[in-house]
Design a protein around this ligand. Structure first.
Ligand SMILES: C[S@@+](CC[C@H](N)C(=O)[O-])C[C@H]1O[C@@H](n2cnc3c(N)ncnc32)[C@H](O)[C@@H]1O
Length: 286
């Protein structure tokens, strides 16, 4: 079994425990401790590995490199893959990095922005890379991937990514973002909560958890671990718990992993990374 998997964590009991923290007068530290206890932390992804890349980078780029390094580490830990699909591949940098690290794998970047795809196709891309223009919601891979990735897939895109992985019987790594964009029901495809395990929490999930997760987004400081920030993390985790339970019901070993550290070093300076750093990692059971 994957060493990062804490299988027992993904359970209704754990969800109930986390949910019970809401509205109680627990300290910020206690809530943070509870959140951290269900997430696997990659201690060694905090710093940028490639020394030359540290120089002259703006914060956004430096953060991104720390994120890519973290994703590469998780891919490595999941095992060998032959066909990797990144959904919402944007400027294609992560696709390139994956292709350079895993030369025996074929990597596809799916992106709905045709302008980005055209630009990438016209550029010098590694031979094991292919960029495809398309909307994930109407995308069915011709050749089934054995790993599906999405880094900062907005709103329900993460839910679509999970379904593409499930239908392909592929491992999955996704770092969700844009919680306010999550719709309870989209294009007749996704209805939240998705897991049968949380069926009895349906109203709470829609009326409390999704609503609060959306409301807290943007309303709080991104960097410091203030109480509102910690509560935001808690609500986000509760949203993703449903996705984790759904994956588990579909035959996956599932874990939450922080893809990169809370802080990272850029040169000699320590800088805060984006709080959107928690991945849902699913490994299909054989
Ligand atoms: C926040 S960006 C992340 C880009 C990249 N993964 C990264 O981390 O640098 C999200 C990307 O997903 C793309 N996207 C959004 N919805 C999509 C969909 N339904 N199908 C395919 N791509 C989509 C957007 O155009 C955008 O490039």
């Amino acid at each position: 079994m994957l060493k990062m998997i804490k299988e027992e964590i993904i359970s209704v009991g754990c969800f109930e425990f986390l949910y019970s923290l809401i509205g109680k007068d627990y300290s910020r530290e206690n809530i943070l401790q509870a959140i951290n206890s269900v997430i696997y932390e990659y201690a060694d992804c905090s710093s940028l590995k490639e020394t030359e890349e540290q120089e002259g980078l703006n914060l956004r780029k430096a953060r991104k490199i720390a994120q890519y390094n973290g994703v590469l580490k998780i891919i490595e830990e999941l095992g060998e893959h032959r066909r990797i699909l990144e959904i919402g591949s944007g400027n294609g940098r992560l696709v390139r990095k994956i292709a350079e690290r895993f030369r025996n794998a074929q990597i596809t970047g799916l992106e709905k922005d045709i302008g980005l795809v055209k630009k990438l196709r016209g550029s010098d891309i590694p031979p094991n890379v292919h960029f495809e223009e398309g909307d994930a919601f109407s995308f069915f891979p011709e050749k089934k991937p054995d790993l599906v990735i999405s880094l900062h897939g907005c709103g329900n895109l993460t839910d679509r990514v999970l379904d593409i992985a499930i239908n392909s019987k592929a491992n999955v790594i996704c770092v969700p973002c844009c919680y306010p964009k999550i719709k309870r029901k989209t294009k007749g495809q996704v209805e939240l909560p998705r897991s049968n395990s949380l069926a009895s929490f349906k109203e709470t999930y829609k009326k409390v958890i999704l609503r609060r997760a959306a409301k807290l987004d943007g309303a709080v400081d991104d960097i410091r671990e203030t109480r509102p920030n910690v509560m935001r993390s808690l609500y986000r985790l509760l949203v993703d718990f449903d996705r984790a339970l759904y994956l588990k019901e579909k035959g996956y070993e599932v874990t939450f992993v922080n893809v990169y550290g809370r802080y990272f070093k850029s040169g000699s300076e320590e800088k805060a990374n984006s709080p959107l750093r928690r991945a849902l990692v699913g490994k299909i059971k054989n």
